[in-house]
Ligand binder design. Sequence first.
Ligand SMILES: O=C(O)CCC(=O)C(=O)O
Length: 260
Amino acid sequence: MQLTQEQIESFDNNGFLIIRGFANSLECEAILDIAKIHLKYRIEPIETEIGYHNKSKEYRKNVIDYSSTIKESSVRRLRQVYSRDIIFKNWMENREIRPALEQLLNDQVVITTAHHNSIMTKMPYSSTETKWHRDRRYWHFSDNNLLSVWLALGEENSDNGVLEFIPASHKMDFSPEQFDDKEYFREDCDKNMSLIETKTSTILKKGDIVFFHSLLLHRANANITDKPKISFVYTVKGASTKALKGSRSIEYPEIYLDRS
Ligand SMILES: O=C(O)CCC(=O)C(=O)O
């Protein structure tokens, strides 16, 4: 898939780009089948809802053991999915998507398995809101040329926690007081409120993908429906963007993808 100049400009200006119906239903079902087994048996490494909210800033910045610590809380995400099953690996190495990633990164594409490399869920009755944040805040790289690829495996809407974005926020400079002690973008800060009003979200259907920049502010509601919302998210970077020595970002393999 090659992106048009208009799509590239839209990503550059807004920080995200939606491609409708990229993955077909069979591909999505195959991913879901495996994901559901791993979720059912809580196959580690997982992140639980309580585990996610209890994490300190230091933990988020530095931890490299992603196994869960709180067994009784529901699963928020399956981590390290690249190495869990060939179905997940194949999706992350999808050849059709690669030309588009090369265009957006303007570089050779590298999967960074240290961070988003996950089946992300919003489970009924137990999921929680994900507050406004930039993914890059806890990642350690030489520059910001990283983006995530989100795949909707079913419908995603405001009731089950579709992603919301603040367009163009990946290009904005903020001061430290605009973030709280866990580096969430504060909703109670006057300076932030008018910007938050510019938020946007769109219903996603099974097979839609979203590319979003590592500095883009995004959030998601809790799921108030009675069905799980299950999505796939992984992060790629340009080959010239380097994980910093001594940081957790360098502790997991990087997968260099052949140029398309
Ligand atoms: O909760 C969600 O669905 C969004 C997840 C997310 O933004 C994150 O973990 O960085």
